[in-house]
Design a protein around this ligand. Structure first.
Ligand SMILES: [Zn+2]
Length: 72
């Protein structure tokens, strides 16, 4: 019985490895480093523009900081 379990685990492991090598995780390492960095107008944290929350011509690291700086 232990031998059967070992066989199943070995087959699953090989299957998993094959899948991993055939299809590498998309875009995990090839993210271009050219993205603009902006700093939060509230706390000064630097973050990529695409992750920042824009409000007018200022950027914030999170929704909370945007709300604290510019209450609506
Ligand atoms: Zn902030």
């Amino acid at each position: 019985m232990a031998r059967l379990i070992f066989l199943v685990v070995a087959v699953a492991l090989v299957y998993w490895l094959l899948r991993r090598f055939r299809r590498p995780p998309p875009e995990s390492r090839d993210v271009p480093q050219t993205e603009d960095m902006v700093s939060c107008a509230r706390c000064g944290l630097n973050l990529p523009k695409s992750e920042a929350i824009a409000s007018g011509d200022e950027y914030y690291c999170c929704e909370a900081h945007r709300r604290e700086s510019k209450p609506e």
